[in-house]
Design a protein around this ligand. Structure first.
Ligand code: ATP
Ligand code: MG
Length: 416
């Protein structure tokens, strides 16, 4: 098992030595049973936050959600052989007191929590597959919610009455789609019906929080079933109204050849098929708080794609920089396939397709000269270097210069 798993098990051992009950809980148990490596290992215990801090000492514990009953426990330095050496890289393990949630007032969070039994703690969780505990001492799954059965049947189902659970916390509707998408599960009929009924209430959830779940859906290999779920369950027109009118046949075609699983390229692909892509991207950026990097990648793909069909009419030095941007390249590749399939802009696209097949040192050959070469040619340092190197690069890409000697000649005979 991984260092974080060993760390969580050490923490559980310590709590048990101190006379408490403690289990692995939630996502890590689900992922382990699915044969996936868990992102993190959360511990649930009957020890109160004060008792947890008593067992591990104030220095090793962070009271980050003490009012919700969650304490972060840092690794013991004596166990540091398995831990990264730099203190700032050490992640605390979340240790949470068994609890039941109070009344939900705002559609997102309970107004209070009460410490309770392991069973109550399982019952307050969202989906049966997220409600399992694992007791590492006896190597035993503790299942109060029939989660194991649903895992076996690949079913995502709320714990308890679906309508009530979604009324308490509306974000759970989108979490349902996200889990079903990323692990490739079906949503159970009564759970799905409740979402379809309450879909409009997702609007109380912040755009940023919606963006977090949508990124995970779109980065998934099962993105297509995620998009289908969003549409079928009526969530699409609230979480991504820009695409609500989109033809599902087109969406399926777009993702047919999808090999890469990154959020920005999935979003770029969808927007490429949208008539108002730029305006849509601006709206989505604002709602989901896309990062500058995410916006850069999507924008580059949206700008690059229309140039591909005319690639045979413009200088190669104008097209090549679009194609060598790794983050964008994949999107263009798919956009090309699609356009070729539809018989659009054949000549330019064929040229681009052919270029995308080239080995990278042919598509993006090393420059003929660099700055030190210019210094050796006694060119005085200054902004002229960039001008010369850019010009040489453009002529190289356009096939007008192909050797160092030709480039040196060009530098010597041109008045810069
Ligand atoms: P991952 O971390 O891979 O997204 P996870 O299952 O660990 O999956 P988290 O959001 O980290 O999901 O939450 C940890 C656990 O807390 C869940 O497994 C679930 O039992 C519970 N939980 C999280 N969010 C909710 C919620 N909105 N309502 C009820 N229970 C929740
Ligand atoms: Mg988690």
């Amino acid at each position: 098992s991984s260092p974080p798993a060993q760390e969580a098990i050490r923490i559980i051992d310590r709590l048990r030595e101190a006379g408490f009950t403690a289990y692995l809980a939630g996502g890590s148990v689900r992922d382990a049973l699915l044969g996936k490596s868990p992102k993190d290992y959360d511990v649930a215990t009957d020890a109160t936050p004060d008792a947890i801090r008593g067992v591990f000492g104030k220095k090793r514990t962070l009271a980050f959600g003490a009012s919700f009953g969650v304490v972060g426990v840092l690794p013991d330095r004596r166990d540091s052989v398995t831990q990264p050496p730099r203190a700032d890289k050490v992640e605390p393990t979340e240790v949470a007191t068994f609890r039941s949630d109070g009344v939900y007032l705002d559609g997102r969070r309970p107004d209070s929590v009460h410490f309770g039994s392991a069973e109550a703690d399982a019952l307050r969780r969202d989906f049966t597959i997220n409600g399992l505990f694992f007791d590492p001492v006896n190597s035993e799954i503790i299942d109060y919610v029939c989660g194991r059965e649903d895992l076996q049947r690949s079913l995502l189902r709320t714990i308890g009455d679906a309508r009530q659970r979604f009324a308490e916390d509306k974000l759970r509707m989108l979490r349902a789609v996200r889990f079903a998408t990323t692990i490739g599960f079906q949503i159970a009929p009564e759970t799905a019906n409740a979402i379809a009924e309450k879909a409009s209430e997702i609007e109380v959830v912040s755009g940023e929080r919606i963006g977090v779940e949508m990124r995970r859906c779109m980065a998934s290999e099962h993105v297509l079933s995620g998009l289908d779920y969003l549409t079928d369950l009526q969530l699409m027109r609230y979480v991504l109204p820009e695409l609500a009118q989109m033809d599902h046949a087109v969406i399926h075609q777009l993702f047919l050849h999808r090999r890469q699983r990154e959020f920005p390229s999935a979003l770029a692909l969808l927007l490429l098929a949208s008539p108002s892509a730029n305006a849509d991207l601006r709206a989505i950026t604002e709602r989901w708080k896309l990062s500058n990097e995410e916006v850069r990648i999507v924008t580059a793909a949206l700008r690059g794609a229309p140039k591909l069909a005319i690639a045979h009419q413009v200088a190669w030095s104008k097209i090549q920089p679009i194609l060598i941007d790794r983050d964008v390249r994949y999107v263009l590749d798919v956009a090309c396939d699609l356009a070729v399939a539809e018989g659009l802009g054949d000549e330019g696209l064929q040229r681009v397709k052919a270029a995308l097949e080239l080995p990278s040192d042919v598509l993006d050959p090393p420059p003929l000269l660099n700055g030190s070469d210019l210094a050796r040619l006694k060119i005085p340092a200054g902004p002229v270097y960039a001008k010369i190197l850019n010009r040489l690069r453009q002529r190289q890409l356009d096939g007008e210069l192909s050797t160092r000697e030709q480039a040196i000649d060009e530098v010597r005979t041109t008045k810069w």
